[in-house]
Unconditional design. Sequence first.
Lengths: 107, 107
Amino acid sequence: MSVGSQETYELPAVLPVGSVQDVLAALADPVRLEMVRRMSADGGPVACVRLYDGIGKSTASHHFKVLREAGITERVVIDGQVHQQLRADELEEALPGVVSAVVAATG
Amino acid sequence: MSVGSQETYELPAVLPVGSVQDVLAALADPVRLEMVRRMSADGGPVACVRLYDGIGKSTASHHFKVLREAGITERVVIDGQVHQQLRADELEEALPGVVSAVVAATG
DNA sequence: GGAATAGTTCGATGATCATCGAACTTAGAT
DNA sequence: ATCTAAGTTCGATGATCATCGAACTATTCC
């Protein structure tokens, strides 16, 4: 096992939460907003494949990257499987209420 | 005076506040976010020309339209001059906390 | 009425971006 | 070692969208 015997670990390069502008731009896409909703509902790391429907893997991977670069999510590896996790605490600290209000919105 | 002798009135077709998705898409553009920030800071109707810098009138008018169609703003005519006003109350009711958190964000 | 100012609409242009498929990588299973 | 499954990266394509200038509308001022 090339990463040692840990079963769960973050991948490096967790980026700082971006500007409101960056975060809004990331959430403006319906596919990404749905991903964030699912991560928020789960609360913990979610396997990639459970975060989208109806698009290809490469497209999904692109959206993960956008979310990560905005500092909204991070990658966590669990038993060799990549998961995505919402950085809820960091987001609340950097942009209080923004993501939580968006996720809570019904309309 | 073709509209009668009122000095202040809303233009017709005030649209309902759109979905979170619509609102996020509208706020994702830096020019529009700045417009919303200025309207929020003012609190009341703001003359069009005070809401932007560095872009042409036609571009600004396009952005006003996008904001209006998302239900974020409405047009108010004061003494024959068009103003834009943030629909803060309606936004809070439809999407509690979303716009206020975005505007309050410093980063 | 005519001139000037303020906003909107329209068409065209250029840039940005979501999407796909294919190739590559990594990890686990046989 | 081979096979398979999961993610990522890359290039290309198509659509969406911000921007501009010009033409049009409406309103105020002279």
